[in-house]
Design a protein. Structure first.
Length: 154
């Protein structure tokens, strides 16, 4: 898959969004996104994420593996959204900086915001990540936990 750069859209100031959806449901496994170049910029919210299809959001949960949040233009944000029963394990070994929202991932309590972390590597998102050839974003989902790992290419 690659970014379409020659698309002719109807409005001169708006590019249509794209959502790629799997036809297969999963409930465990390893998912890998290896990206040499990803979109970024003001008004752009690129993301690689999972959500359940069987219930209304956030009851089915959501895991954001790659995304930029707000004005953060250099660091990847990993987020977990749920409607209860999900918490962020602060004792787990990690390199990310804990988000300021909460360790309780219940989006219904936190105005749709989530728990998660921001990668301390300032080349994990946006132009900085693209400048070093991108990265490999990995989700490891087991019966007991969900873990996300990032390897920056160079």
């Amino acid at each position: 898959m690659r970014v379409e750069k020659d698309l002719k859209w109807k409005s001169p100031d708006m590019r249509p969004s794209v959502r790629i959806t799997s036809k297969k449901a999963i409930n465990q496994g390893i998912l890998v996104l290896e990206a040499a170049h990803l979109p970024y910029g003001k008004g752009v919210w690129p993301s690689f994420w999972l959500t359940g299809a069987d219930k209304k959001w956030p009851d089915s949960g959501e895991v954001d593996i790659y995304q930029g949040v707000g004005d953060n233009t250099t660091q990847n944000s990993v987020s977990y959204h749920a409607s209860g029963g999900c918490s962020y394990d602060t004792a787990a070994q990690q390199s990310g900086i804990l988000s300021k929202v909460s360790t309780d991932c219940d989006a219904t309590k936190h105005n749709i915001e989530a728990c998660g972390n921001v990668d301390p590597n300032e080349k994990s998102y946006g132009a900085a990540a693209n400048s070093v050839g991108g990265g490999v974003y990995i989700l490891w989902w087991t019966k007991k936990s969900i873990k996300v790992r990032l390897n920056i290419l160079s």
